[in-house]
Design a protein around this ligand. Structure first.
Ligand code: C2E
Ligand code: CA
Ligand code: CA
Length: 601
């Protein structure tokens, strides 16, 4: 430890310096008397307390430094020496800025400067003070005055706030970043957008905001589970980052939704190029847990200054354009325009109207006959829901069923369908038509309702419809999520005599080994494979394979979407069992079906 003498030396040295300083600047006060008085008084005090004081000065948690008005280091404590990683000898006789490699320390930003030019106290935050280690300090510079109130130096304390900064960083990360993908989140996006927006406004520049939504993500998440979904999102984030430059922002604002800010564009083409690049990079297959996934996305773009004059509007318009892009096609981008707005308000209207549709009696069922391909007899019908809204007219189920599935409205709607199909078919049977099967489409969400089997049992009981003539059409997603649970539900339905058919077969991701375990009766070849049957040899191969597979598994097979005689002929050659399509019959209401059945009998 540096002893009393050395401490005294410093202090003395310091006071002498101060004396000289005051001399040199022509201080009118009697410097000598002043210095002597200070010196002796101080020494007097130090005689009794210096060891203690010295220890306190050295051991305090903050770095401390005393400089004279010429920036000469008069005192420096052990804590600051340790922080700087230098020996006391290296600090002695130096100017403060020789040892403190502060970024701005010797400029006007230097806190000592401010204090020396008359400001009483300055607090100053400094980062990267030392070359060796990045540290953050709060430096407080306070004027040191003698008993006469004259400025004789500056005392600086260095509070190490590195840890605090680290915590702050972590908190910021929580507030501004998405934990899963490590992309910025909505809050950060909005903040950055506002900055860029202010610049664009001032410089009459251009900005683009993109809203990107993955097309099949919900399906993947629901069927393959969240851990695959999460991996997928991380991978998507990585890919998006390869397209978006540093000065722009890509953020994840929820689920499978991403927003992108392009702040340096000069025209719409540039935004379109970026959108295309984003769509392309997402289309490359993803390999996760030995599965290969091919994704597509929809992008909506809005441009400042054309599409809005405030943050909220511009972001909202990009969202609307995305919604419209999604509706048009998969893997699509769309710029906002005035028709988007109209379309979007429709979307919200739709959900609101859908909530009231049952009460208002706006649904009705149509039935599309299914035929035995060999005999040409009607063997059953598929019940297909129709929605006729007073204001909006007829709305296609391809439009409102996904919406109903997203909002759980599918549960009451599905119940209504089953109830209506059973009671209408019962009425036909009561009219003594030969019985035909009715196929009712089931959403997986309905099946997962805890009281689903109960509900089915109640409905067949209430309507008196024989469940042996009831069939449920389920999609392949049944084979992937909650597999064992689904099997147990299907078995309970089968015990009631209900048939199960696997709809849209060939479009899902299910593996055959799973399918084999499902208690199903029929495979339904998706109409996508039927549509190009006569022209596309690969579709021909697919339908043929599905038909053979069904027969190997002792299942019936039905093809849907038959529109031409060539398609029908082809399916006949391939030995398909049943057919359904516009060529044979369009979906029709009960009274038309009655007529149709009459003409057959
Ligand atoms: P889906 O189950 O695949 O139903 C077959 C769709 O193909 C029906 O469309 C039908 O009208 C149409 N279709 C039939 N023959 C042909 C044809 O020859 N060519 C073409 N291009 N299309 C044909 P729809 O009625 O518009 O239903 C669309 C989808 O809505 C259905 O597809 C089904 O997924 C869903 N859906 C309809 N009704 C219900 C329901 O009651 N409950 C549930 N959960 N979904 C339903
Ligand atoms: Ca169907
Ligand atoms: Ca289908």
């Amino acid at each position: 430890m540096i002893g009393y003498n050395k401490f005294f030396d410093y202090w003395f040295h310091y006071l002498v310096k101060v004396k000289n300083k005051y001399k040199s600047i022509g201080n009118k006060k009697p410097a000598k008397a002043l210095i002597n008085k200070d010196l002796y008084e101080t020494l007097d005090m130090l005689k009794t307390t210096n060891e203690e004081l010295y220890q306190i000065f050295n051991l305090t948690a903050d770095g401390m430094l005393v400089i004279d008005p010429d920036y000469n280091i008069l005192r420096i404590n052990e804590t600051l020496l340790a922080l700087l990683g230098i020996d006391r000898e290296k600090a002695e006789g130096k100017k403060c800025f020789d040892i403190l490699h502060c970024t701005n320390y010797h400029t006007t930003n230097c806190p000592a400067n401010g204090v020396l030019s008359g400001m009483g106290k300055i607090e100053y935050e400094e980062e990267k003070i030392f070359n060796k280690e990045k540290k953050y300090f709060v430096i407080t510079a306070t004027s040191l005055k003698n008993t006469e109130g004259q400025l004789i130096g500056v005392v600086e304390t260095f509070k190490d706030v590195t840890e605090l900064k680290q915590t702050e960083k972590e908190i910021k990360k929580l507030i501004y970043y998405d934990a899963l993908t490590e992309l910025p989140n909505r809050a950060y996006f909005v903040m950055q957008f506002e900055k860029a927006f202010a610049v664009a406004k001032a410089k009459e520049g251009m900005l683009a905001v993109m809203f990107l939504d993955l097309d099949d993500f919900k399906y993947i998440n629901d069927t393959f589970g969240h851990s695959i979904g999460d991996k997928m999102l991380k991978n998507v984030a990585q890919r998006l980052k390869t397209i978006i430059h540093d000065e722009d922002v890509v953020s994840r604002i929820g689920g499978d939704e991403f927003t992108i800010l392009l702040s340096k564009i000069k025209n719409m083409d540039e935004a379109a190029n970026v959108a295309e690049a984003l769509l392309n990079i997402l289309q490359k297959p993803f390999h996760l847990n030995e599965n290969e996934f091919v994704l597509s996305a929809s992008i909506g773009i809005s441009i400042y200054p054309m599409d809005g004059d405030d943050t909220e509007t511009i972001i909202k318009h990009a969202d609307m354009a995305m919604y419209q892009a999604k509706k048009q096609d998969i893997n699509h981008y769309k710029f906002f325009n005035s028709s988007t707005k109209k379309d979007f308000s429709n979307h919200f209207n739709l959900v609101n109207h859908l909530r009231n549709a049952i009460e208002r009696d706006e649904f009705f069922l149509t039935y599309q006959p299914q035929y035995d391909i060999r005999s040409g007899h009607i063997i059953g019908v598929e019940a297909l829901i129709r929605w006729n809204n007073a204001k909006m007219g007829m709305i296609s189920p391809t439009e409102f069923i996904p919406l109903a599935e997203d909002t759980s409205l599918i549960v009451p709607i599905g119940r209504w369908v089953l109830q209506t199909a059973c009671s209408q078919m019962k009425s036909l049977q009561d009219e003594e038509f030969p019985p035909i099967r009715v196929a009712v489409n089931l959403s997986i969400r309905q099946l997962h309702q805890p009281d689903f089997v109960e509900m089915v049992r109640d409905i067949v009981k209430e309507t008196g419809f024989d469940p042996n003539w009831l069939e449920f059409e389920i999609t392949e997603s049944i084979a992937l999520d909650k597999f064992n649970y689904n099997i147990s539900i299907l078995n309970q339905l089968k015990e009631m005599g209900i048939k199960i058919s696997l709809d849209d077969f060939g479009t899902g991701y299910s593996s055959l080994s799973y399918l084999k375990m499902l208690p199903i009766d029929t495979l339904k070849i998706d109409k996508a494979f039927i549509q190009n049957l006569a022209i596309d040899p690969s579709n021909k191969a697919i339908s043929s394979a599905i038909i053979n597979l069904s027969h190997t598994l002792h299942l019936g097979v039905i093809a849907e979407g038959i529109e031409t005689n060539e398609q029908l002929q082809c399916l006949r050659e391939q030995n398909c069992d049943y057919v359904q399509g516009f060529l044979l019959s369009k979906p029709m209401q009960l009274h038309e079906l009655r007529k149709k059945l009459q003409s057959f009998s």
